[in-house]
Design a protein around this ligand. Sequence first.
Ligand SMILES: [Zn+2]
Length: 351
Amino acid sequence: MKLSTAVSTIACLAVIGTVTTVSAGPGHEHNPANTISTEIDHPDSFRHFASELPAMRARAAEINTEFGLHVSEIEPGLFFVTDLIYQSAFLVTEDGVVVFDAPPSFGERLRMAIEMSAPGVPITHFILSHKHADHNGGGAFFSDVEGLTVIGAQANAESLEANPLRGVPRPTETFEEQLSLTIGGVPIELATANFHSPDTDVMIYLPEQRFLMAVDTITPGEAPFMNFGATSNLQGYLDSFEIFLSYDFEHFLSGHVSVLGTRQDVETARDYAFDVRDTVGDLWPGFMDRFMANMELTEFQHGNLAYRMTMEQIRDDCAGQIVDRWEGTLSVVDLWAESHCETVVLHSIMH
Ligand SMILES: [Zn+2]
């Protein structure tokens, strides 16, 4: 998808060279687009969104501990943990426990889950999927663990050095692109990727358990979170599916919702993301005609307005098609499809 130079030049000129004369006038009430209303009768009421699909609800994990977490042993020694919103995991080996991410929302209770599942076994390693505080700020609850080895990507370590994030432990061991470890006899493979975090992301792979962890990617059973998991790199996000699927895995831990993902979830999320990309791609050749029509409508007086209208028209056309095609397959498509289409629209302008 490439926006022709002519389009971007005209568009930029229009945006830069605007003189505003189309004004709202007195008594105008600003009605921002895309604001969900809390009012029941409002046309943009929250009540107009579809409920979660029964198939998604049927898969949801349940709290099964006294301390409000779901903890399950998905493979011998490998435990999946969720508060039904965030996810992490830990591995119990002969030599100690390895923690994979500690969200601040349940960092303290993660310690309880480990103690419950492996009483008296020391925690020896902490591996960061990425630096973000919402997935690793719970590291603060592991700061008293003596001799803890914290493993993270070099780029994350540098970034945390420059800008510490609350609770996120600084790596004591780093790697550039790949690291193969064996802890307590269990092989663990780490590799960097660029699908989400502005610095780098780490894929955590346990070949014997056929377990792959790549956080802030998909949301099993649901359309991805806003802007494709708030990605800072759409192309990297799209490219990552092929990388994930090149691994032999059965379990896919994506960091969010209560459900542990499967290979099928990754394939479905890939098909969804590429459908959004292709849908915007199909609408893109009409950008210039729409823009000129909107310029005419605004009497050539408000390039910014015409440009935003054009972006929104393509976004909304895209979202309408995506909702039609996907609402029976994934939950919350009507909630996030607009943001996905908008992410691709913005990306298309710049690429
Ligand atoms: Zn993140």
